[in-house]
Design a protein. Structure first.
Length: 65
């Protein structure tokens, strides 16, 4: 009794031809969040740096001696 899977070759061409249609977990999370409430518009470049970035609390001041 021959199985349909006996002739299947799982080579690189087969794997690369497989399409992916599932969005990432982050995309699904944001889509679910934005269904309830739209995000507020953000400027492309804002004056405020991201949280914990270069201008955080760890910044040292240089003193003249």
């Amino acid at each position: 009794m021959a199985d349909d899977w006996d002739d299947l070759v799982l080579d690189e061409d087969f794997i690369r031809s497989a399409g992916t249609t599932e969005p990432s977990a982050r995309a699904r999370m944001l889509a679910a969040r934005w269904r309830d409430e739209e995000p507020e518009p953000q400027p492309w470049r804002s004056d405020e740096p991201p949280a914990g970035w270069f201008f955080g609390k760890r910044r040292r001041r240089w003193r003249r001696r």
